[in-house]
Ligand binder design. Structure first.
Ligand SMILES: *[C@@H]1O[C@H](CO)[C@@H](O)[C@H](O)[C@H]1NC(C)=O
Ligand SMILES: *[C@@H]1O[C@H](CO)[C@@H](O)[C@H](O)[C@H]1NC(C)=O
Ligand SMILES: *[C@@H]1O[C@H](CO)[C@@H](O)[C@H](O)[C@H]1NC(C)=O
Ligand SMILES: *[C@@H]1O[C@H](CO)[C@@H](O)[C@H](O)[C@H]1NC(C)=O
Ligand SMILES: *[C@@H]1O[C@H](CO)[C@@H](O)[C@H](O)[C@H]1NC(C)=O
Ligand SMILES: *[C@@H]1O[C@H](CO)[C@@H](O)[C@H](O)[C@H]1NC(C)=O
Ligand SMILES: *[C@@H]1O[C@H](CO)[C@@H](O)[C@H](O)[C@H]1NC(C)=O
Ligand SMILES: *[C@@H]1O[C@H](CO)[C@@H](O)[C@H](O)[C@H]1NC(C)=O
Length: 566
């Protein structure tokens, strides 16, 4: 589709400006409760916001303020995280259980207040305590501010904009699931994948097919799909039979338009994709297929769901859709094929230049999972992150007694051993790996001075379970300056860095004081310890200093209890 470079330049200009006085306050009340829902022939109790999965979409214009009153009528303590919102000087509103705040207890409420500045596209909100985000989530849509010349989308305005949540249906209680993940006893899997909460007609429930999510389209019109992966377990391939996507944004950053017939999306990620309804009128399946690690790694049950893209009756064409006509099925890649996903990410580049400022520190952070003989844990640089249980890290940081906490540990700069990760003698699933690593579970932080440019090298160790590791850093955009297969080589790989238009996604600048969680967005990887908290010091001025917490900030009522997180 034609995309105007002139418009792109205009948006770049706009994003550099401060927002004016015409901003709104967008207010919501989120009542969190458990409701009975029936899927796959069975009722289960599901923790949801305002009775629905996905929960309500928050729809704002760039520059607006958001006020959300969270009323917790569920039996679980919880927090809500505004995934991808930069929360400048507002770490208190980041909503991460025991990292930035004590959970909002059962029967209590708390009001989150934040502004959405300098970001456009699709983000989302989700619970950030235990695995509750599998059902406690919804879209956070940020539109360009209109009314100024050239301040609309850097692509033709779509006819409609539709959130598409790829998720999972779980029957096990999600807090119990997290407990089992943390103590290594879990053997649970989702019932199957969902699109906008629906299992779809791949699921035959004693004769009655499960409902499909249906997207009605009119021929010739353009649709903006705001796609989010809210699943705990799977990275998905998404295709619509006979249609193409033009990717225009990822994680609320515009990308250079990339046209593809397949989207790869890992847990936590969001992409904006334009779809033109340019196929013959009919019904087309929209299939989400969960990827699996390569064999002989442990496999999870196949996760697949489908919705339908359905052309509406168009009287001007004089005919309705033929009754009983077949629904077109897209051809999916092999579920063990990681290369299609690798190429997908390799083709994303930022729409606007993000020139790099300098190079100060290079912590290398391999992510791996090792068998401690007793429990399986995930690590970064041979440390498995343990969630604090008494005081949230941000409060300890604010009171200047982070170093008092006995369990705190500085994340090592480098892994203790530089393995050759492509050496077949090491890539041997099973006992050999267990012999290689024992590790410690500890609360790990890494302290940075304000305004430091940080490179992170994520080296996946591929030793035990070779899934991808979608890393999520709170409070900052980070940019992928290179990706590659095999071992990272500090001397040679620097030449491959894209320092001009890296896609958003580890390069970042510590421009936001507070405590920011960095973790893998796979539910079980994070719970098993693939995480670290980055502590960013205050700058020298008031406008680079973290203000005090809100007066009504939740207190930890049951310090010491095992509070899970994600
Ligand atoms: C929130 O809690 C306060 C204090 O307990 C109470 O006065 C208020 O009514 C509650 N608000 C809602 C929306 O439940
Ligand atoms: C999910 O649905 C797909 C497609 O029908 C099926 O192949 C797979 O076995 C299902 N997974 C589970 C766990 O039932
Ligand atoms: C669903 O299952 C029933 C039996 O329980 C079978 O008769 C029916 O053909 C199945 N439908 C589809 C579309 O697979
Ligand atoms: C972009 O995708 C194509 C195939 O889809 C692939 O051949 C190419 O290598 C990818 N580019 C990058 C930089 O990964
Ligand atoms: C942190 O410092 C505050 C204020 O100095 C003090 O009240 C609190 O007990 C300290 N907490 C810990 C865990 O040391
Ligand atoms: C790693 O192992 C592979 C396979 O044995 C070998 O080809 C490669 O040269 C090794 N790389 C390094 C840096 O030692
Ligand atoms: C990893 O950490 C554990 C626990 O502190 C330690 O025993 C082990 O030697 C470390 N591994 C390496 C390779 O340094
Ligand atoms: C951050 O550092 C850069 C130089 O590296 C400087 O130009 C800029 O003013 C600094 N910003 C703040 C807010 O201190």
């Amino acid at each position: 589709m034609p995309l105007s470079p002139a418009a792109a330049v205009a948006v770049s200009f706009f994003l550099g400006m401060l927002t004016g006085g015409d901003t709104a306050v967008v207010e919501h009340t989120f009542v969190v409760s458990q409701v009975k829902m029936n899927r796959a022939c069975r009722d289960s109790l599901v923790t949801v916001v305002n009775g629905q999965v996905p929960g309500p979409a928050i729809d704002v214009t760039e520059g607006d303020s958001v006020v959300v009153h969270v009323v917790n009528k569920s039996p679980h303590g919880l927090t809500i995280h505004w995934h991808g919102v930069k929360q400048r000087l507002n770490c208190w509103a980041d909503g991460v259980g025991m990292i930035t705040q004590c959970p909002i207890q059962q029967g209590s409420n708390f009001t989150y207040r934040f502004s959405v500045v300098g970001q456009e596209g699709t983000l989302w909100w989700h619970a950030h305590v235990a695995s509750l985000r599998a059902t406690v989530h919804g879209a956070l849509i940020i539109r360009p501010r209109s009314g100024r010349a050239g301040t609309l989308y850097p692509f033709p305005k779509p006819h409609k904009e539709i959130p598409i949540f790829i998720g999972e249906w779980w029957e096990v209680d999600l807090v119990e699931l997290d407990r089992r993940m943390a103590d290594g006893s879990f053997d649970d899997n989702p019932i199957n994948a969902t699109i906008n909460g629906k299992l779809g007609d791949v699921y035959n429930c004693s004769g009655a097919l499960e409902e499909n999510y249906v997207l009605e389209v009119e021929q010739g019109k353009t649709y903006l799909l705001r796609i989010v992966n809210a699943a705990l377990f799977s990275e998905f391939y998404l295709k619509v039979a006979s249609h193409k996507f033009t990717l225009v944004a990822a994680d609320a950053n515009y990308v250079k338009p990339y046209t593809t017939d397949i989207i790869s999306i890992a847990p936590g990620e969001s992409v904006d994709a334009v779809v033109v309804a340019d196929a013959p009128p009919g019904k087309y399946y929209m299939v989400a297929l969960g990827m699996q690690p390569p064999l002989p790694d442990t496999q999870i049950p196949v996760s697949e769901t489908r919705g339908v893209l359905q052309y509406s009756y168009n009287p001007s064409q004089g005919k309705d859709l033929p009754i009983g006509a077949p629904v077109m099925v897209p051809e999916m890649p092999d579920l063990h094929d990681p290369i299609t996903s690798f190429y997908f990410y390799g083709n994303l580049t930022s729409a606007f230049p993000h020139p790099r400022k300098g190079h100060v520190s290079t912590p290398s952070s391999p992510c791996g999972e090792f068998d401690e003989n007793v429990i399986l844990v995930a690590t970064m640089n041979n440390v498995s992150f343990k969630i604090p249980t008494t005081e949230p890290l941000l409060e300890a940081h604010y009171h200047g007694n982070m170093s008092n906490a006995a369990t705190l540990h500085e994340l090592p700069d480098r892994p203790p051993i530089v393995y050759n990760f492509t050496d077949q003698a090491i890539i041997d699933f099973g006992r050999k790996v267990a012999a290689l690593e024992s590790t410690s579970r500890i609360t790990t932080t890494r302290r940075f001075q304000f305004n430091t440019t940080v490179d992170i090298v994520f080296q996946s160790t591929t030793l035990l379970q070779r899934d991808s590791n979608p890393m999520h850093l709170h409070g900052h955009d980070f940019f992928v300056i290179a990706q590659g297969l095999g071992n990272y080589n500090a001397e040679m790989d620097v030449e491959k860095y894209n320092l001009v238009d890296p896609p958003p996604s580890g390069l970042f600048v510590t421009d936001n004081p507070g405590v920011w969680f960095l973790h893998c967005h796979y539910g079980f990887h994070a719970t098993m310890g693939m995480a670290v908290a980055f502590e960013v010091e205050n700058g020298k001025t008031l406008d680079t200093t973290l203000p005090p917490p809100p007066a009504d900030f939740p207190r930890c009522e049951h310090p010491g209890s095992s509070l899970a997180y994600q």
